[in-house]
Every structure is written in structure tokens, then in C-alpha cells.
Design a protein around this ligand. Structure first.
Ligand SMILES: *Cc1c(COP(=O)(O)O)cnc(C)c1O
Length: 395
């Protein structure tokens, strides 16, 4: 076993060695600019980019020409929101989202409210799901866009994207979904799900950080206004020299996921369930945050009563888990996802997130069960509330 054991795959993943090997020549030998039209360095880079588009497309049932490459999901999300808002503001000013979106969605839309857009934030129930009837009630002639995530990065719940997509399509309202946590882990078909814009990121499925993409439904003839201007790459929507090695990497990662996803996710889910069962059997007062029925195979969000997550993390340096999404923990704000599903401040502070991945082993799961149980027992033995509630006699 390698230490620390990495169990924070909802935050980022290791680059798969196969992905790394596919990328390597594009740094050292084939370093052309995909926009260079005058020599073979440029041509081969361009061909590699187009091949990568096809590989991504093939994973999500889109055409290569419907994919544009970006620096990651944050950029894709902002491009989708602002691109739609600027081009179609004459259609309406209302945008609908949910309370448990990633900060990239929340902050991008918050910024749009300062430009005169009205953003409706749908509450979620204690499982983490929006009320579809409430969504329907909000859709009107003034509604420009619905932006609701496919799977949540904190509690792993999976929305019924098809239902949302069908409703939006029926009402002729554009639908964006942040599918960053879903793509590569669960089946995702842009046509079946009736999506118009889909954001994703390489580093969540074993490609490097700094490369991602946006699917744009061709049949809708969507015109996104650019966020940056320059050389006119990516249909003029996203100018800037393309990250050839990164794009080769995300293509390779998608190709691997397409082949492996089904069996890999089943295996990861089995490990996840084993971990949950192991912890649950040996510890009392453990609560799972979010629905266990519609949930990513790799995710656990657990609340350990009587202990603070930060103390668990400090006691257990040999296992990399998190107190919350990496992106939000930098800001020290209370976790908006856990608050939205109804946790008390106390429960939020007692919650940790575990994200398993491709490289976790059975042995690591057994190790983690023992370490977590041992750590929680130890921390609880110092907790006055625990001692009082369990009437443990000192001496
Ligand atoms: C990681 C993540 C993002 C941000 O992706 P980056 O590529 O790091 O910008 C957005 N949404 C979700 C759901 C994520 O998990």
C-alpha cells in the first residue's frame, strides 16, 4: 500500500499512466500549434485535436463538432451561462438553477444577476433533489436557461437529468448541465438526456488538470458569445492556442472510460459499499448525507456525530479525504450543499467526504475502515457530549 491512501477522487484524480503516455509525445516531439496551417507539425496537432473531439463525442453520444475544448469545467460553465445570456437576453432574463450547484455555477450566475438577470435557485429536499413541479412552475416565456447539475460533487447524488431535459425541450428553454462528476463514471448520453449544453473536466476522470470541454447541441444552432477574443479557435467562441497534450489526454481518458466504465464503476461501487458497511457495523451515530439510491458509485458523505471533521482529518493523515469540496474549503464558508439538504451547523462540521477511484484497492478499503473506526472512537472518547449521552462512567 502507498501512503497516504488517496480517497479524494471527487476533488481530482490521478492521471492514468496510459493517458500520460498518450500525451508525452505531444510535449517532446509533436509540439506543433494546431492552428499552424503551413507544416506537418500543425497538421498533426490539428488531426489529434479532431480525433480527441470524436473520442469525447463517442463517450457522450455527441459528434466531435459539438465539442469545444476549454481549460476545465469552471470555464465551460461560465462560457455556457454568459454565452447564452449575452446572445439571447432578448428572449428573457430568467435563469433557473439549484441550491447545491458547484460554486462555478453559483458564482457565475450570481455575477449575471449584477447584469440584470434574475436567478431562481430551487431548494432541494433532504435527499438532495429538486422538486420537479416547482421547476415546472418557474418555467415561463421569460425563462432563458436552466442550469442544473447532473451529479453533485459533495454528496454524489444524481439528478433525473432526462426529466429536466425533456421538460425544458418541451418548453423550448435551453438546458445546461454541469456533468463534471458524472462523465466517465455513469452513462451519459446527450441525446437521451435532452441536453443543450454540457460542461465537463478532464481531471475528474484521469486526465490532467487544466483541460475540459463544453458540448453544444448542434441541432439547436446555439450561438454562444465569446468570453475571450483572439485567434478565433473553437468556432471563435474560445480563442487561444489549444492545449494539444491536454486535449490528447482528455480524449484518451474518455476512450478508456468508454471501455471500462461499466465494470469499473461496478467495482468501485462494491468497494464503496463495503467501506460504508464496515464503518456502519463498527460505529454508531453515523449518518449518510444525501440519497443512497441515486448516487455516484464512488462517493460517500458521512456525518460522524460528536466529532469535528477537521479533527478526523488531523488524526488521520494517512488517508486523504476531505471536509468538503476543495473549491469551497478555500473560502471557509459553511458548506452550502450540506446546509441545503438540512444539516445543522453541528452536523456540517462533523461531515467528511470520501471519493474512491480507479486505483483504490480492497486492501485500502480494509485499512480505511479500521483507521476511521479507530479515529472516531478515539475522538469520541474525548467528547463530553458523547460521554454524557452514552453514560460512560469515567473511572
Ligand atoms: C470539479 C468540478 C467543477 C470545476 O471543474 P474545474 O475543471 O476544476 O474547473 C465544476 N463542477 C463540478 C460538479 C465539479 O466537480
Amino acid at each position: 500500500m502507498k501512503f497516504p491512501v488517496y480517497m479524494d477522487n471527487n476533488s481530482t484524480t490521478q492521471v492514468d499512466e496510459e493517458v500520460f503516455n498518450a500525451m508525452k509525445p505531444w510535449f517532446l516531439e509533436k509540439y506543433g500549434n494546431a492552428s499552424s496551417k503551413d507544416h506537418s507539425f500543425g497538421w498533426e496537432a490539428d488531426a489529434a485535436i479532431e480525433y480527441s473531439r470524436k473520442l469525447i463525442g463517442s463517450l457522450i453520444n455527441a459528434e466531435g463538432s459539438e465539442i469545444i475544448f476549454t481549460s476545465g469545467a469552471t470555464e465551460s460553465i461560465n462560457l455556457a451561462h454568459w454565452g447564452i445570456a449575452e446572445t439571447y437576453s432578448h428572449r428573457g432574463k430568467k435563469i433557473i438553477t439549484s441550491a447545491i450547484e458547484h460554486n462555478a455555477v453559483i458564482e457565475s450566475l450570481k455575477a449575471l444577476t449584477r447584469k440584470g438577470f434574475e436567478v431562481i435557485v430551487l431548494d432541494v429536499n433532504n435527499e438532495g433533489f429538486i422538486d420537479i413541479d416547482e421547476l415546472k412552475r418557474h418555467l415561463d416565456e421569460n425563462t432563458l436557461l436552466v442550469s442544473i447539475m447532473t451529479a453533485n460533487n459533495e454528496i454524489g447524488i444524481i439528478n433525473d437529468v432526462k426529466v429536466i431535459g425533456d421538460i425544458c425541450a418541451e418548453k423550448n428553454i435551453l438546458f445546461h448541465t454541469d456533468a463534471t462528476q458524472a462523465i466517465g463514471k455513469i452513462p451519459f448520453d446527450v441525446k437521451v438526456l435532452n441536453t443543450d449544453l454540457v460542461s465537463f473536466s478532464g481531471h475528474k476522470f484521469y486526465a490532467p488538470k487544466g483541460v475540459g470541454g463544453l458540448y453544444i447541441n448542434k441541432s439547436k444552432k446555439i450561438q454562444l458569445s465569446p468570453r475571450s477574443y483572439g485567434g478565433g479557435q473553437e468556432h471563435g467562441i474560445r480563442s487561444g492556442t489549444l492545449n494539444v497534450p491536454g486535449i490528447v489526454g482528455i480524449g484518451k481518458a474518455a476512450e478508456i472510460c468508454k471501455v471500462k466504465m461499466e465494470s469499473e464503476s461496478a467495482k468501485i461501487e462494491e468497494l464503496r459499499n463495503k467501506l460504508f458497511k464496515g464503518i456502519n457495523e463498527k460505529l454508531e451515530d453515523v449518518k449518510i448525507n444525501g440519497s443512497m439510491k441515486r448516487r455516484l458509485p464512488n462517493n460517500l458523505s458521512l456525518c460522524f456525530r460528536y466529532v469535528k471533521a477537521e479533527n478526523i482529518i488531523m488524526e488521520m493523515r494517512d488517508i486523504a479525504i476531505s471536509t468538503g469540496a476543495a473549491c469551497t474549503s478555500a473560502s471557509l464558508k459553511p458548506n452550502h450543499v450540506l446546509k441545503a439538504i438540512g444539516l445543522t451547523d453541528e452536523e456540517v462540521k462533523s461531515s467528511i467526504r470520501i471519493g474512491l477511484g480507479r486505483f483504490n484497492t480492497e486492501e485500502e478499503i480494509e485499512y480505511a475502515i479500521n483507521r476511521i473506526v479507530e479515529t472516531i472512537h478515539k475522538l469520541r472518547s474525548y467528547s463530553p457530549e458523547y460521554i454524557i449521552n452514552h453514560k460512560i462512567l469515567l473511572n
